[in-house]
Design a protein around this ligand. Structure first.
Ligand SMILES: C[S@@+](CC[C@H](N)C(=O)[O-])C[C@H]1O[C@@H](n2cnc3c(N)ncnc32)[C@H](O)[C@@H]1O
Length: 243
């Protein structure tokens, strides 16, 4: 997407819409992450508005965060408990924090917001430098199988058709670069609003090789946060890497 910058996807207009978003699997996600964190500390890469970090911190675990968007972090700060979380504004591929963590995690497909394989490998390598010897790196992403079902490598999905607004999801897939270019398009009497987002996806097997390059290995892979089996029917995976 010519001219695209990742910061465009998470500006002030979008941050408000993420404020109270819940996917429905947060309780299971936080339970699993808490178990892996033990006494902590934990670090969330791309912490956003704290959907996971806040309930994890509420269990008494120190949770730090990294995010590139001051607008998303401002939403986190405005929530109960959000004021005391240490957040570094920066690129999570750098893992720009001092010290080591028992748990580092990146969820909700956000690893794919790093737009090249090189960036994603760099993220794994920097994570490995900040993990304790018994630490876990948890990655949750979608499985790209749905891309096989696209016609002509694209789709337009009617997300909402209301009397005063239509919301469309417009997506194009480039298999050569493993890139998905997407925009959420809002049409209303007030005008047209666009929310572009680009992702560079990877199959779980490619992530496992990135981990090996970084000196980590796959310890667990589940098909959901409740430790359901990962299979060819899975649309997502939760993968745990460690030394
Ligand atoms: C879909 S939100 C997920 C937020 C949170 N992890 C959650 O699960 O609710 C993606 C977040 O990634 C952040 N982000 C995207 N690319 C980033 C990068 N390269 N470095 C740091 N943060 C980034 C965005 O600012 C946004 O807060």
């Amino acid at each position: 997407m010519k001219g695209y910058e990742p910061t465009m996807s998470f500006g002030e207009d979008v941050a408000g819409t993420y404020r109270d978003v819940q996917r429905g699997d947060e309780v299971a996600a936080v339970a699993l992450l808490a178990e892996l964190a033990g006494r902590g500390p934990a670090l969330e890469l791309a912490i956003g508005t704290g959907r996971i970090a806040l309930p994890l911190a509420a269990r008494g675990i120190r949770v730090d965060g990294v995010d590139i968007s001051p607008a998303m972090v401002a939403e986190l700060r405005s929530k109960p408990g959000g004021g005391v979380i240490s957040v570094t504004i920066g690129d999570f591929a750098d893992v720009p924090v001092p010290g080591t963590y028992r748990l580092i995690y990146v969820v909700w497909n956000t690893l794919f917001n790093l737009l090249t394989q090189q960036e994603q490998v760099r993220c794994f390598e920097n994570v490995a430098r900040h993990l304790t010897d018994d630490g876990s790196f948890v990655v949750e992403t979608f499985v790209p199988a749905f891309l096989y079902r696209l016609r002509n490598d694209q789709h337009v999905d009617a997300e909402a058709v209301l009397v005063d607004e239509v919301r469309l999801d417009v997506l194009r897939h480039d298999m050569a670069t493993q890139t998905i270019e997407e925009s959420h398009v809002f049409l209303s009497p007030a005008g047209v609003r666009l929310n572009p987002v680009v992702q560079r996806y990877a199959w779980p097997s490619e992530l496992d090789l990135m981990a090996r390059i970084a000196g980590l290995r796959l310890k667990h892979r589940w098909g959901d946060w409740s430790r359901g089996p990962y299979s060819s029917a899975s649309s997502m995976h939760v993968s745990v890497y460690g030394r």
